[in-house]
Design a protein around this ligand. Structure first.
Ligand SMILES: [Zn+2]
Length: 231
């Protein structure tokens, strides 16, 4: 640990912030390099061995198991929680089958710019579809968005989401996740962690190789809502 970081840590300890405040963010003293020190529940952010996101390079060419998607059209809610825009999915019908296990879709949310990189390439937006199996094991399906035509599915959430934080809003038109996904579903697979506190490990990551499009205006709208990057 660098002296300057140590000093910040000591200052935080004496001011009581470190123990009292579990607030995390992307800038200043609560930025990612400090997450492991904000709370003992977040220690894995610093000490973990399989932390995400990663830059995917020289991926092994294995014969991958096909992913089987069972996504229905369901009405959902959207929230701007200050860290991201998140759409919650309250249905038992939306799941994805990977290696014979069903993973139920719980929510999806966005990062700008992308957290994972493919061969060193970053994307303006990345969406994480967060799933859990019966035992609560997490699987995150990541889809990259490149600049191009406006994304009709994102627009459904963007149209209603509020700049006001922690306000839950119903999305009127149901999300069609199948339309959100690229036609080619080949993917990279690795075992990693949550990319935000508490940075829990043992998360199965699937990153689709092919991206879908999002317009510059849609990325700008997301930037404006958050007021900061969140990768
Ligand atoms: Zn995420």
């Amino acid at each position: 640990m660098k002296i300057s970081k140590l000093l910040i840590l000591i200052t935080l300890l004496f001011s009581g912030q470190l123990l009292a405040d579990e607030h995390w963010g992307y800038e200043g003293t609560i930025s990612p390099e400090h997450w492991g020190d904000i709370s003992k529940d977040f220690r894995t952010c610093k000490t973990g061995k399989h932390q995400s996101p990663i830059n995917i390079t020289k991926a092994k060419k294995l014969a991958p198991q096909p992913l089987i998607f069972h996504y229905e059209l369901t009405p959902e809610e959207v929230i701007n929680n200050g860290h991201t825009v998140q759409v919650s999915v309250n249905s038992d019908d939306d799941y994805l089958t990977f290696n014979g296990t069903h993973y139920l879709l719980k929510q999806f949310h966005f990062h700008t710019p992308s957290e994972n990189q493919i061969e060193g390439n970053s994307f303006p937006l990345e969406v994480h579809f967060v799933h859990t199996d019966k035992e609560g094991k997490l699987l995150i399906l990541a889809v990259m968005l490149k600049e191009g035509k406006a994304n009709q599915e994102i627009e459904k959430a963007w149209r209603v989401v509020s700049k006001q934080q922690d306000k839950t809003i119903k999305i009127k038109s149901p999300f069609n996740i199948d339309k959100f996904l690229p036609s080619n579903k080949s993917y990279y697979h690795f075992e990693g962690s949550l990319t935000t506190p508490p940075c829990t490990e043992g998360v199965t990551w699937l990153v689709l190789k092919e991206s879908v499009t999002v317009s510059k205006e849609q990325v700008d709208k997301f930037d404006n809502l958050l007021g900061h990057t969140n990768n």
